[in-house]
Design a protein around this ligand. Structure first.
Ligand code: FMN
Length: 187
């Protein structure tokens, strides 16, 4: 896919089925992640990949987190199904590094850009992907399993797979209201 077409049509796809990305496709996705703007090249992130039977590891974590949250048995059951909504899930974590010039927000931005770049790389290759967070991203237990210290963050879970139907492309959004003129500064 042409880069400009990607940038103007990128859309998320929640309905994802097998097959998972091929090793070659996945390598491109990973290369895209570490290509993003990164102030002084801190690499303030860690990514965890769950594919195939590895998704059960994530399912077990979610179920335990749901129990610790005192969710109903039904919700605990549902929590175990979440990772099976896509053939591949990549968890993107902010790994904050104390630095004079690079505040935490900038490091969070880099990690978020990495997640977005992975979504774009998936979409550009005809795969489907969607960025999700939800309660698991805030759960202390889930955070612990991903070795998140107080300053770290689960920035998101990227669900990747084959689109169940061709990814619906959202209509174009009007950018005009969000682009102001220089004369509007300080108004
Ligand atoms: C930080 C962040 C967290 C999100 N969390 C969820 C989520 O938990 N569940 C969900 O369905 N969509 C979530 N979304 C929205 C989807 O990723 C997606 O952007 C949305 O469905 C709109 O589709 P689009 O990307 O094609 O515009 C989240 C988006 C962002 C940026």
């Amino acid at each position: 896919m042409d880069a400009l077409e990607l940038l103007q049509t990128r859309s998320s796809m929640p309905r994802l089925i097998e097959p998972a990305p091929t090793p070659e496709q996945l390598e491109i996705i990973k290369k895209a992640a570490v290509r993003v703007p990164d102030h002084v090249n801190l690499s303030p992130y860690a990514f965890y990949q769950f594919m195939g039977s590895d998704r059960q590891i994530l399912a077990d974590i979610y179920q335990q987190a749901a129990r610790l949250n005192d969710f109903s048995e039904e919700r605990v059951e549902q929590a175990g199904q979440i990772p099976f909504r896509a053939p591949l899930i990549i968890t993107a974590c902010l790994r904050y590094q104390k630095h004079d010039k690079v505040p935490r927000d900038e490091q969070f931005a880099t990690t978020a850009c990495a997640l977005m770049a992975m979504q774009q790389a998936a979409f550009a290759q005809g795969l489907g992907a969607i960025w999700r967070t939800g309660w698991p991203a805030q759960s202390d237990y889930v955070r612990e399993q991903f070795k998140c210290s107080a300053d770290d963050e689960i920035v998101g879970f990227l669900y990747i797979g084959t689109p169940a139907v061709p990814t619906p492309i959202k209509p174009e959004k009007d950018y005009l209201p969000y682009f102001l003129t220089a004369s509007q500064v300080g108004e």
